[in-house]
Every structure is written in structure tokens, then in C-alpha cells.
Design a protein around this ligand. Sequence first.
Ligand code: URA
Length: 197
Amino acid sequence: MKAKKLNRLREAMAAADLPLQKTATNLVFGEGNPSAKLFFIGEAPGKKEDLSGRPFVGSAGKHLDALFDSIGLARGDVYITSLLKYRPPNNRCPTRPEIEAHTIFLIKQVLIVNPQMIVPLGNFATRFVLGGFSVDKMAGIPGISALHGQAVKMNLARRHFLVFPLYHPAAVLYNFGLKKTLWGDFKSLNNLAFAPM
Ligand code: URA
């Protein structure tokens, strides 16, 4: 049922006239367990994702896989997507109109999967989610360095979610200190998401 709804949404998105569509090779809609408890949101597809049509298959994805492995999870256990679903040229930062247009589909995706916990990765996804899934409120939200590793309760269309922001796995690859922080935060996420009730 959820898988069917996600497929229909993917088809609607592929058929829509959206920013970045013309310069991208593939739509990178997202993938994973349609009933996942954990829903990860990255920033935008990179080169490898653009070519394959799959999220997080490059070096950031390998880092993410290692993090999943460290808490006994596989990709198929979670749902993974990004704020933008077409690659921005040269991996530049997302613009406001791009975020506005693409996240109409992200919000629908979240409501279909209906996870317990949303995990935004990096500044853009964190500001969008904690701004109430609104581009207008993004500017007033602090950056990831102030928000990572702390759970916040959020509502979307009268559903309740726990939001747990993390550093983007690509952003910390070459910074040993931040990498350590991300791994520590991932442990906290595991305790929070899978602690016995
Ligand atoms: N970074 C992201 O934010 N998303 C991807 O799909 C790949 C890299």
C-alpha cells in the first residue's frame, strides 16, 4: 500500500516540470523501507546519485552505510531521500525556489512513510524540517553545529515526529573531530530510537 503510494508519487514527480530537471540525468526520489521508523533527509544528489538515480551511493553514502552498520541496521531498514531530488549543477547549494518546488514531494513522502523519527543531515535539511517544513522559516533556524544530536518534537499535518539532526556524512569526512561527533550522535540516535520502552 505505502510502496504503491510512493511509486505513484515518484511518477508524479518525474512528470512534473521542476527546477533542475533539465540539467539532471535522473530523478533521485529516495528508497528504503516504505514503513521505516527512521527517515533520513540529505541535501541533494551528487554526481553518482544523478547517474544511478539512487540516493547516497557515493562517498557520503559509504560513510552512511558504515554508520548504519555500527548500530546493526541495513539500508533496507530505513528510508533515505534528500531535500532536492535532482542534482544541482556542480553540486552547488540549493536555492530557495528549488527547495520550495522539490519539498512539496518530500512532505508527501514523509506523510506516506509516517516514520517515528526524522533525521535531517546537514544545515539545509535541518533548517527546513525544524522550520516546520517551510522554506519561509528556514533562515530563523540555527545551524547544524548548534542542533546536532538533540531530539526535537515536531508536528506535520497533525502527525507527531521526533526530529534528530545530524551532521551531513559528506561534510565531516575529512574532519576527524566532527566525524567523531557524528559517530557519537549516531549512538545516541540508536539509544533513542531503539531503547526498550
Ligand atoms: N548527499 C545528499 O545529501 N544526498 C545524496 O543523495 C547524496 C549525497
